[in-house]
Design a protein around this ligand. Structure first.
Ligand code: PRT
Ligand code: ZN
Length: 283
């Protein structure tokens, strides 16, 4: 039995649960329970505060955890990371009041900076030869300048609207973060085997999320150009259509490149382009 710790309620919770479910693992959901056992995989899920997850995994109370890299690195536990999961992307940035002059990080020399990330920020400033006074606070960091606690802040930014709403300007990104899977050091071989199965499923889910299945009709004369645009996993599937001179082509494409690609396909005469989501992608 593997024990996986995830955030009980917060920004990581829904995506963590969705990932586990998309791996085909079922469990009863309850808002009150602190742990739940999966019904079709030897997995127990613990629901915790995100800040507690690295410690539980380090101590082996949980075998695995899902947590933001910001929390992991701040806890000095970066060595536990085994896989990036691609969600809850954000950045840790320095910000100053909008009207204040700022040229470079050297301008923060001797200043007061409020943050919940004193270790990551301390390392960054030391790396730039800057000495500042760090005020560690656990929340509402963005109001620190307006109440006179600090001249700058260092906090998590996603859309930037919180900074904007508090009259602050982002001046340096010091760390980029996403959710990661972490594992306790020295798992037993039984647990390691289950972890390998789980990671295999997680990777299949992630590949599928990044990919789309595309089906289109193209003039047979343009097939070489279509092939060049659609490499597929090995090669596209090509079948003749009832109408002479036309073929149907099926392939897998990368989501990132998708709009650009469909434009190019249309330009060489492709028609009836269908795009379908992929549920899992294995092998
Ligand atoms: O209760 P618990 O301790 O478990 O949760 P928490 O309140 O400490 O964490 P939570 O749920 O807020 O965030 C969990 C994780 O989500 C963080 O550790 C990050 O890895 C990740 N994440 C992604 C974020 C954001 N985006 C984010 N925008 N964490 C916090 N924010 C906050 C930020 O602190 C700031 O107040 O949102 C505000 C900025 O957002 P924008 O969009 O206005 O820029
Ligand atoms: Zn937290």
């Amino acid at each position: 039995m593997l024990r996986l710790a995830i955030q009980k309620s917060g920004r990581l919770s829904d995506d963590s649960l969705a990932l586990i479910r998309e791996c085909g693992i079922s469990f009863a959901s309850s808002t009150y329970k602190l742990k739940v056992e999966a019904t079709n995989f030897p997995l127990e899920i613990l629901f915790l505060r995100d800040d507690d997850i690295p410690g539980y995994v380090r101590d082996g109370v949980a075998d695995l955890g899902i947590v933001g890299q910001n929390v992991l690195v701040e806890a000095g536990a970066a060595d536990l990371e085994i896989e990036a999961l691609g969600f809850s992307k954000c950045r840790l940035s320095l910000a100053v009041p909008r009207g204040d002059a700022y040229g470079s990080v050297a301008d923060l020399q001797g200043k007061n900076i409020a943050t919940s990330y004193p270790h990551i920020l301390g390392d960054y400033l030391a790396g730039h030869g800057v000495q500042a006074h760090l005020h560690t606070i656990s929340g509402s960091v963005e109001i620190a300048p307006s109440i006179g606690l600090a001249e700058a802040i260092c906090d998590i930014v996603s859309s930037g609207s919180t900074l904007l709403g508090n009259g602050l300007r982002e001046v340096e990104t010091i760390f980029r973060s996403e959710a990661v899977l972490i594992a306790a050091p020295g798992l037993s071989s039984d647990k390691q085997e289950l972890l390998d199965q789980l990671r295999f499923r997680m990777q299949a889910v992630r590949r599928a999320r990044r990919s789309k299945y595309i089906v289109l009709n193209a003039p047979a004369a343009a097939l070489d150009q279509v092939r060049a645009l659609l490499p597929g996993i090995k090669a596209p599937t090509v079948t003749p259509l009832a109408e002479p001179g036309w073929v149907s082509v099926q392939s897998v494409v990368d989501e990132d490149n998708f709009w650009h690609l469909t434009g190019q396909l249309q330009a060489i005469g492709a028609e009836g382009i269908l795009v379908l989501g992929i549920e899992k992608m294995v092998g």
